[in-house]
Design a protein around this ligand. Structure first.
Ligand SMILES: C[S@@+](CC[C@H](N)C(=O)[O-])C[C@H]1O[C@@H](n2cnc3c(N)ncnc32)[C@H](O)[C@@H]1O
Length: 310
C-alpha cells in the first residue's frame, strides 16, 4: 500500500518567515515530499530557484514528479546529506542563497514504510538509515556497539531513565542473535519496562537508535556552522525540530551568534565590538496552533526557530 503524503508542518509560518523574494534562491535541506518546497516554488518567478536536498534517495523521484507543474529551470533536486550543502551550491556555482529551511527528522512516508524499520508500530527489518547507501543499519549498530556506549545512546539521545536495563536487555537479545527486526528490538525493550509506559519508552528508544544510526546531532551542529557563510544579507534560516535535543542545539547556536556583546558583565563599556551574525526573529520558538495539532498529530512536538543574517 502506498504511504500517505507527508503533511508539511507549520507551512504558513515557514513561508511567511522566509519572506520569499520572487527572484531569490532558496535551499530546502530536507526536501521530503516537497510540501514546504512547493510553497516556496509558488512564490518564485522564472528567475527564482529552489534547491532541494534529501539524504533519502527514494523521496526525490515522486517529489520531482510533484514539481512537474513548475518550469524545470526553477528547481534543482539532489540526493545529498545537508552536511554537504556547500558542495552542492559550489557545483551549481551559487555563492549565497536568500533563505534556507531545515525541517528535521523523518517524513511520514519514511515512518510508515515497514521496510525502513523506523517505527515500533510496524514489523520490518531493523534498518533506520535515511540514506540506504550508508554502511551501518540499526541492526548492525546494535550488534557492534559496546554495552557502555549503548547505555550512553539510550540515555543521551532517548532521554530515557531506564537506559541501563534497556541496553542490557538489547545486548542479551543480540547475544541470542535476535536483533534483526523492529519486533526484536521492541521485545527486548518490553522485556524490562512497565507495560503502562511502554509506548513512550518505545518511541524514545527507537528515536535514540535512529539518531545514532544517522549521526543526526553531530551533522546538525556541523551544518549550522556552515550556514552563515552561504546566506545573503537579510537572508533567513528557518529550522523546525521535533525533540528537545535538536531544538537545544539550534537555540544555543542562534543565541550565540545573535549576541551583540560578549564582554564579561564586570566590564561596563563594550570592548569586544562584536558584530552579531544573526538577528533573532523570535526569542521563543514558534509552535503549531491547536487546529494544526488536531489535524496533524505529527506536528505536536514541532518547534520552529528563525534568524536573519545581519
Ligand atoms: C520532516 S521530513 C521533511 C518534510 C518536508 N519538509 C515536506 O514538506 O515534505 C525530513 C526529511 O529530511 C530528510 N533528512 C533527514 N536528515 C537529513 C540530512 N542530514 N540530510 C538530508 N536530508 C535529511 C529525511 O529523509 C526526510 O525526508
Amino acid at each position: 500500500m502506498k504511504s500517505p503524503l507527508h503533511i508539511p508542518v507549520l507551512k504558513n509560518e515557514v513561508i511567511n518567515h522566509l519572506k520569499i523574494k520572487p527572484e531569490g534562491i532558496y535551499l530546502d535541506c530536507t526536501l521530503g515530499a516537497g510540501g514546504h518546497a512547493e510553497e516556496i516554488l509558488k512564490k518564485l518567478n522564472s528567475s527564482g530557484l529552489l534547491i532541494g536536498l534529501d539524504a533519502d534517495e527514494t523521496t526525490l523521484k515522486p517529489t520531482h514528479t510533484r514539481f512537474s507543474v513548475f518550469k524545470n529551470s526553477q528547481f534543482s533536486l539532489h540526493h545529498a546529506n545537508f552536511l554537504h550543502f556547500p558542495d552542492i551550491l559550489n557545483k551549481l556555482n551559487i555563492k549565497k542563497v536568500n533563505g534556507m529551511i531545515l525541517d528535521l527528522g523523518l517524513s511520514s512516508m519514511e515512518l510508515d514504510q515497514k521496510d525502513r524499520g523506523f517505527s515500533f508500530q510496524n514489523i520490518g527489518p531493523l534498518d533506520m538509515r535515511f540514506n540506504k547507501k550508508n554502511s551501518q543499519t540499526a541492526s548492525e549498530l546494535l550488534n557492534n556497539i559496546s554495552l557502555i556506549d549503548l547505555k550512553k545512546v539510550v540515555k543521551l539521545y532517548g532521554e530515557e531513565k531506564n537506559y541501563s536495563k534497556i541496553a542490557q536487555s538489547i545486548k542479551q537479545y543480540v547475544k541470542k542473535d535476535k536483533m534483526k527486526t523492529t519486533l526484536d528490538l521492541k521485545q527486548a525493550i518490553l522485556a524490562v519496562i512497565p507495560i503502562k509506559k511502554s509506548n513512550k519508552t518505545l518511541a524514545r528508544v527507537f528515536q535514540s537508535i535512529r539518531i545514532a544510526v544517522n549521526d543526526e546531532l553531530n551533522i546538525l551542529s556541523k551544518t549550522l556552522v556552515n550556514i552563515t557563510n552561504f546566506l545573503k544579507k537579510n537572508g533567513r534560516v528557518v529550522i523546525i525540530s521535533y525533540h528537545s535535543l535538536e531544538d537545544r542545539i539550534v537555540k544555543q547556536f542562534f543565541l550565540k551568534h545573535s549576541k551583540v556583546c560578549v564582554c564579561p558583565r564586570e566590564i561596563p563599556i563594550c570592548v569586544c565590538k562584536k558584530d552579531p551574525t544573526f538577528r533573532l526573529i523570535s526569542r521563543k520558538p514558534i509552535l503549531p496552533n491547536d487546529v494544526e495539532v488536531l489535524s496533524n498529530r505529527k506536528s505536536r512536538s514541532a518547534k520552529m526557530r528563525v534568524v536573519e543574517k545581519t
